[in-house]
Ligand binder design. Structure first.
Ligand code: PLP
Length: 399
C-alpha cells in the first residue's frame, strides 16, 4: 500500500467535491443545472476582446518563454497604476508579485506563515481554500462571526475575542465569497486597527473589488496607511479570464516591514519557475485598457442577482440576504434534522432529485456556514428561473 501523508488525507474543497455527486446523477441521464462554480465564462460571459487580442499578440511577439519568477515588469507596473487609479495607493513594482491565480498566492503565503499549531483568523463563512490550505500546513483555521441579519457584516468583537498567542494573521475578503458581504470603510478601518493593536499581518483578498452593487469598494491598503497589509487580486473575476490562472499580491508597507516575508515568498516563487508569460503580458494590457466592459458586466450581474434573490425568498423554508458584491448568494435553509440531516444532506438530496447543484454551506465554515447553501448568481435569468421552479417544487414536497 502506498503511504499517503496525513496532510492530504483531510483535504476538502466543497465547491468541486459536490461535482462527484452531480456526475453520478448525470450518468443516470438527469440534466444537471450547475450553480456551484464561480466562473463567469461557464455562464456565457466572455473575456473582453481587447484582452483576448493582447494574448494573441503576446504569443505572436514570441513572449512564450519562462518569465521572471516575480512576474513580468509590465504587469507589476500595471498593478501599481491600477491601485493608484482605483484606491489612490502608491505602490512600487518591486512590491508586487505575480502568481498563477490568487489561489497560488494564498498557497505561497500560508506556506510561509503557518507552522503546525498556528492559527489563521478567517471570516466565517469564507472561501474554502483558506480553510483547506491552513489545514494542509498543519495550522488551524479560526473563523470570526459574520452577522447574517446585518448583511453578513463581520463581528469585530468576536474577531478580537478569537485572537490568541498562536494567531499569525487576519484575513478579510471584501466582497466576501460566499456571502456577498461588502465591507465599508469604517469596517475595514476596524480590521486595520485590530491588526495594528495586536501587531498582526492583515491579508486582504480583493478579487471581487470591482464587482459591487451598492457603492464603490475601498482598498484596504488605502485605509491602512502605515499599517502593513498584504493584498491579493487577479484576472479571474473582473477580467473574466479564470482559465488564464493569473493573480497577484502586493506588499503594502512604509518601512520595509514586509521585506522578510517578501523575500521568503520570492524563494518559494523561484522553485515554481514562473507564472504563464503570455497571459501576464495580456493581463498588463487588460489592466491598462478601456475598462468599459466592467459596468456592463456588473449591470448584467445585478439583474441576475435580483432575479435570483427574489425567487429564493419566495420559496418556503428558504431566506436570503441581498448580496452587495461578488456573484454569490448564501441562503439559509430550514434544516431540522428530519427532512435532511444537515446542509450537505440537503444539497446532495436536491441534486439527486432535481438536478440542481449548489454547494453546502458547512463547506465554507462548519460553524457559521451550516444550515445554508451557496449558489452562484451568474447564470442567465432563464436558467435561474428553471432551477428556482425545480427548487420551489422540491421544497413544497418536502414540507
Ligand atoms: C475570495 C476568493 N479568493 C481567491 C479565489 C481564487 O481565485 P483565482 O482564480 O485567482 O485563483 C477565489 C475564487 O473563487 C475567491 O472567491
Amino acid at each position: 500500500m502506498m503511504k499517503i501523508t496525513e496532510r492530504v488525507r483531510g483535504i476538502e474543497y466543497a465547491i468541486r467535491d459536490v461535482l462527484v455527486a452531480a456526475k453520478e446523477v448525470e450518468k443516470k441521464g438527469k440534466k444537471i443545472l450547475y450553480f456551484n462554480i464561480g466562473d463567469p465564462v461557464a455562464y456565457g460571459f466572455d473575456t473582453p476582446d481587447y484582452v483576448k487580442r493582447a494574448l494573441f499578440e503576446a504569443t505572436n511577439k514570441g513572449l512564450n518563454g519562462y518569465a521572471d519568477s516575480q512576474g513580468v515588469l509590465p504587469l507589476r507596473e500595471a498593478v501599481c497604476e491600477r491601485e493608484k487609479r482605483l484606491n489612490g495607493v502608491d505602490l512600487a513594482p518591486n512590491d508586487v508579485m505575480v502568481t498563477s491565480g490568487t489561489a497560488e498566492a494564498i498557497n505561497f503565503l500560508l506556506g510561509a506563515l503557518i507552522e503546525p499549531g498556528d492559527e489563521l483568523l478567517l471570516p466565517g463563512p469564507s472561501y474554502p481554500q483558506y480553510l483547506s490550505v491552513t489545514k494542509f500546513y498543519g495550522g488551524k483555521a479560526v473563523t470570526y462571526r459574520n452577522i447574517e441579519e446585518e448583511g453578513w457584516k463581520p463581528d469585530i468583537d468576536d474577531l478580537r475575542k478569537k485572537i490568541s498567542k498562536k494567531t499569525r494573521a487576519i484575513v478579510l475578503i471584501n466582497p466576501n465569497n460566499p456571502t456577498g458581504a461588502h465591507l465599508d470603510e469604517k469596517c475595514v478601518k476596524e480590521f486595520v486597527d485590530v491588526a495594528a493593536e495586536h501587531k498582526l499581518l492583515l491579508i486582504s483578498d480583493e478579487i471581487y473589488d470591482q464587482i459591487v452593487y451598492d457603492r464603490k469598494s475601498v482598498g484596504t491598503a488605502a485605509v491602512a496607511k502605515d499599517v502593513p497589509v498584504l493584498v491579493s487580486n487577479g484576472m479571474s473575476k473582473i477580467y473574466i479570464a479564470p482559465g488564464w490562472r493569473i493573480g497577484w499580491m502586493y506588499f503594502h508597507h512604509t518601512n520595509g516591514e514586509l521585506n522578510e516575508l517578501k523575500d521568503a515568498l520570492m524563494r518559494v516563487a523561484r522553485i515554481r519557475l514562473s507564472a504563464n508569460q503570455p497571459c501576464q503580458h495580456a493581463a498588463a494590457t487588460a489592466l491598462r485598457g478601456p475598462q468599459d466592459h466592467i459596468p456592463k458586466f456588473v449591470n448584467e450581474l445585478k439583474r441576475r442577482r435580483d432575479a435570483m434573490v427574489k425567487r429564493l425568498n419566495e420559496i418556503p423554508g428558504l431566506s436570503c440576504i441581498m448580496p452587495q458584491g461578488a456573484f454569490y448568494a448564501f441562503p439559509k435553509v430550514a434544516v431540522d434534522g428530519k427532512r435532511w440531516k444537515d446542509d450537505k444532506d440537503f444539497v446532495l438530496d436536491l441534486v439527486k432529485e432535481t438536478g440542481v447543484l449548489f454547494v453546502y454551506g458547512s463547506g465554507f465554515d462548519p460553524t457559521y456556514g451550516s444550515n445554508h447553501f451557496r449558489t452562484v448568481t451568474l447564470p442567465p435569468v432563464e436558467m435561474i428561473n428553471e432551477a428556482m421552479d425545480k427548487l420551489d417544487k422540491y421544497m413544497r414536497q418536502k414540507k
